[in-house]
Design a protein around this ligand. Structure first.
Ligand code: SAM
Length: 251
């Protein structure tokens, strides 16, 4: 198995592939003002196995197109949608987020939890704007500095790993500079990282290693995840995921 296959193997049985929470998805929906609207067309980009997709389909009168480039995740989502009786509202689409096949102005909203970093925050919000109707909603979560200052060691780490990391005020300014009007921001609570994402992942490590014969590559995947968890446990006061909700400006 190559490294991507190993990551898929570690994450495909999980309810979510990044920090997040159903309650926080519902909060973003509340900020969007879309409750009560009918026949919405929504894309959930980098949906993974679809934790947010399922909430969107349940809470809104919408057809949700769940987009990811990993087929194994989309298959799991399709099964979950069927089990939840939401399969008439959810369609899966295997595509890359930097080459989406949507028509211009064809969507009422775009959601994307913990995935826009793959393009970079600014590149993503810029590229996706044209798919939204004027007045359409963009709701994304992305790595965010929670304080004006932080330890140099941490700053070096995340600037190297994800140059798009920035404070909420910087990300709001990026939204404004790229044709969006910010509606709201909130940081994900620690529970979204620890209880919802890292602890369940740690419980899967033993099965993952045994399925993969404790290979050197599998052990390296676990070690990298453990290092990420230790970093978060040490520095969670300084970084987290910010959830941003904004409206596409006219024009
Ligand atoms: N939104 C899900 C969640 O919060 O549980 C998944 C978040 S996970 C950190 C990032 C997701 O983005 C993965 O499912 C991955 O397969 C997907 N992804 C990464 N690069 C992508 C790309 N270029 N196009 C589409 N999906 C991509």
């Amino acid at each position: 198995m190559d490294d991507l296959d190993l990551l898929i193997d570690l994450h495909r049985e999980a309810a979510r592939q990044g920090p997040g929470g159903d309650e926080e998805t519902r909060l973003s929906i509340a900020l969007s003002g879309l409750r009560g609207a009918q026949g919405l067309r929504i894309a959930d980009i980098g949906c993974g196995t679809g934790a947010s997709t399922l909430v969107l389909a349940r809470e809104l009168d919408a057809t949700v197109t769940a987009v990811d480039f990993v087929l194994a995740f989309l298959d799991r989502l399709a099964e979950a949608a069927q089990r939840a009786g939401l399969d008439d509202r959810i369609e899966t689409l295997a595509a890359s987020m930097d080459a989406l096949p949507f028509e211009d102005r064809s969507l009422d909203a775009i959601w994307s939890e913990g995935a826009i970093y793959n393009m970079g925050f600014e590149a993503g919000v810029r590229a996706w704007r044209r798919f939204l109707e004027p007045g359409g909603i963009l709701a994304v979560s992305d790595l965010t500095w929670l304080t004006g200052d932080r330890p140099a060691e941490l700053e070096r780490h995340w600037t190297r790993e994800y140059p798009g990391v920035a404070t909420a005020s910087t990300k709001m300014a990026i939204l404004e500079a790229n044709g969006y009007s910010p509606i709201g921001y909130f940081p994900l609570p620690e529970r979204c990282w620890l209880a919802n994402y890292y602890r369940p992942m740690q419980e899967r490590f033993a099965g993952f290693l045994s399925r993969n014969g404790h290979s050197r590559a599998a052990r390296a995947v676990v070690e990298a995840e453990q290092a990420e968890i230790a970093l978060y446990e040490r520095f969670s006061a300084f970084y987290g995921y910010g959830y941003y909700v904004a409206r596409r400006t006219p024009g």
